[in-house]
Design a protein around this ligand. Structure first.
Ligand SMILES: [Fe+2]
Length: 431
């Protein structure tokens, strides 16, 4: 058997050097969220159908194109082939098999144990390193700090020259407020691999947090010209660009981006992004004074009902509740209020009730419900930029009641960077 290894020096049980090379192409594309990440794993399997980890890679890639059944089938193939593979590969198949099967509760400890033993198995570590990962959606208090600890713990194993590890570390730094260091680390990562869509995304987040709308717009506009629309991050990066267009008062550009690359029927990305990004930009546009056609809200509400008829994840359910409330769809909203699910389910009813009251313009009641979940809304999941939806919502509720001083203090205490945003430019923060 040829001595084949993956990009990080881990042994691959395949006799085909060409299959290993195809696997590594797939791994690289997956870590960089590049377009066409399924084909290299399929090619690896075509060259060696008994290459267990190629089937796992295919499963992970298929999840990125929202093919859950295909991913589960691929994992079953991997399981049937793992006998005789190395201990690392057997553990890899087991841990990611649990994840692909949707068993997050058992997958998380299995993956953490695997990463402890094989920290340079990036395909597995990647499931915990980012905002939409197992730590990010754990619903646990302190999960932002845990993500930082996890990524910092990987650094000694990957060294100073690994673009993937550096990019993940930079995001964790950003989300814990270490913006200067995050800025340096992401620049280093992007210098090593400027084509990393995750890196471009993290670059955008850091500039969001530092209020660099102009630099962010210029960067993303340029970067997106080289990234195919089928790339898993395309829609979400477009959301970031649309946010900055709104911040700079260019609403024509904002709608252009939303209609071309963010909204249902336009974006090619994962449903979680299509739903949450569209609901978020519509709401932010509305509170910035832009008229949002009711049909837009009805479209997002229908999309949420189609892809997420039951609660599963507080971050998704928060945006679905907003869409249903703004569309006047009482029944799916009631479902979210009465049947929350997932690790942060305890926060969902108040968020959804707040959405209902916002939809009905009952600002005091909405503020009451929002206040009950503001203390630790990081548990809901998503990035700080995404959860600014809640900050904007509460500020809106206070201002609608002429509670201007409270809004001003809230802004100064919680998210002073938002004082620059289009919605609050008439509300200067006096620090
Ligand atoms: Fe983002």
């Amino acid at each position: 058997m040829a001595n084949c290894t993956d990009l990080y020096g881990n042994t691959l049980s395949t006799g085909s050097q060409a299959a290993a090379e195809a696997y590594n192409t797939g791994l690289h594309r997956l870590l960089a969220a590049q377009v066409d990440m399924v084909a290299p794993f399929e090619h690896a399997i075509a060259l060696d159908s008994r290459f267990a980890l190629a089937h796992v890679g295919l499963a992970r890639a298929l999840l990125n194109v929202n093919d859950g059944p295909g991913a589960r089938k691929a994992i079953e193939q991997a399981r049937s082939l793992v006998q005789g593979c190395t201990a690392r590969e057997q553990s890899h198949v087991h841990a990611l098999g649990l994840l692909v099967a949707g068993n997050s509760a058992e997958a998380y400890p299995a993956i953490r144990a695997h990463v402890d033993s094989y920290p340079r198995d990036a395909m597995v570590a990647q499931t915990c390193s980012s905002i939409f990962g197992l730590i990010g959606f754990s619903g646990l208090p302190g999960r932002e700090a845990e993500m930082l600890a996890f990524n910092a713990g990987l650094l000694p194993h990957y060294g100073e020259d690994d673009w993937w590890c550096l990019s993940q570390y930079a995001f964790a730094l950003c989300e814990t407020g270490n913006l200067d260091k995050a800025d340096q680390v992401i620049d280093r990562s992007l210098a090593l691999n400027p084509d990393n869509a995750n890196g471009a995304h993290i670059r955008a987040h850091i500039w969001y947090e530092t209020g660099e709308a102009r630099a962010g717009t210029d960067y993303l506009t340029d970067w997106l010209t080289g990234y195919g629309r089928s790339g898993v991050m395309h829609g979400h990066l477009s959301w970031h660009a649309a946010l900055w267009a709104l911040e700079q008062g260019d609403t024509a550009r904002m709608w252009q981006i939303v209609d071309a690359d963010v909204a249902p029927g336009a974006a090619l990305g994962l449903p979680i992004n299509v739903l949450t990004d569209t609901a978020s930009i519509l709401f932010r546009a509305e509170i910035a004074g832009e008229r949002v056609a009711p049909e837009r809200w009805r479209q997002v509400s229908a999309y949420a009902s189609r892809f997420y008829p039951k609660c599963s994840n507080a971050f998704i359910d928060m945006h679905a509740a907003l869409a249903h409330a703004m569309a006047g769809e009482a029944e799916p909203l009631r479902e979210i209020i009465e049947n929350p699910a997932g690790p942060a389910a305890d926060l969902v009813p108040d968020v959804a009730l707040a959405c209902r009251e916002i939809g009905a313009q009952n600002w005091a009641q909405a503020a009451h419900h929002l206040t009950r979940c503001m203390a630790d809304h990081a548990r809901i999941g998503g990035s700080r930029a995404q959860r600014d939806l809640l900050e904007h919502a509460l500020l809106t509720c206070l201002l609608k009641q002429d509670r201007t001083d409270e809004a001003r203090h809230l802004l100064a205490l919680r998210r002073p960077i938002l004082a620059q945003s289009a919605a609050w430019q008439q509300l200067p923060v006096q620090l």
